[in-house]
Ligand binder design. Structure first.
Ligand SMILES: [Zn+2]
Length: 170
């Protein structure tokens, strides 16, 4: 059986269940049943206000955010999802003056829950740099089902790897 790289850190029983869905051709319909529709935040302007709303509601006192944009240069499938990062952030000296969040363009065509999850993840980094307990606590504070959604997103990335994007979400 092909190794499921996006699910490497989940227990064997979970991976086995997912393999079953894949082998019976039901992974796509499983995802669609849970998340029937894509979100409608298709441009950077709406993405930015969406991010600001979450930021103001949960972590108002964090450093300011200058913009949130979709970035076609980020290839989430081949990038470092395995080392946790869904989004590449602006690094180096500019970071302090200009806090930006960049999200891979593929997230234009996903359910809102998935977009919310990566926005929450990046916002949590405004307060916690490391992926530690405090970080994930903050993620769960901003999105109650954060871990479940991350799992489902990993299922979708597995699906995309094998069959390409779900038509129903584009
Ligand atoms: Zn991170």
């Amino acid at each position: 059986m092909k190794k499921l790289k996006y699910l490497a850190h989940y227990p064997p029983s979970v991976v086995e269940q997912v393999s079953k869905l894949i082998n019976t051709g039901k992974l796509g319909s499983h995802l669609l049943k849970k998340y029937p529709k894509p979100h409608s935040l298709k441009n950077d302007k709406t993405l930015f206000s969406y991010t600001m709303n979450i930021k103001n509601e949960y972590i108002k006192k964090s450093p300011p955010l200058s913009k949130t944009i979709y970035d076609g240069k980020i290839n989430v499938i081949h990038n470092a999802l395995g080392t946790h990062h869904f989004i590449s952030r602006v690094q180096g000296s500019k970071l302090k003056a200009k806090n930006e969040i960049r999200i891979a363009s593929m997230f234009k065509s996903v359910p809102e829950k998935f977009l919310e999850m990566i926005v929450v993840h990046e916002l949590a980094h405004f307060k916690e740099k490391e992926h530690n307990k405090a970080f994930y606590k903050l993620c769960e504070y901003m999105q109650r089902d954060y871990h479940q959604v991350e799992f489902d997103l990993r299922l979708y990335l597995t699906y995309v790897d094998m069959q390409g994007k779900l038509e129903e979400w584009s």
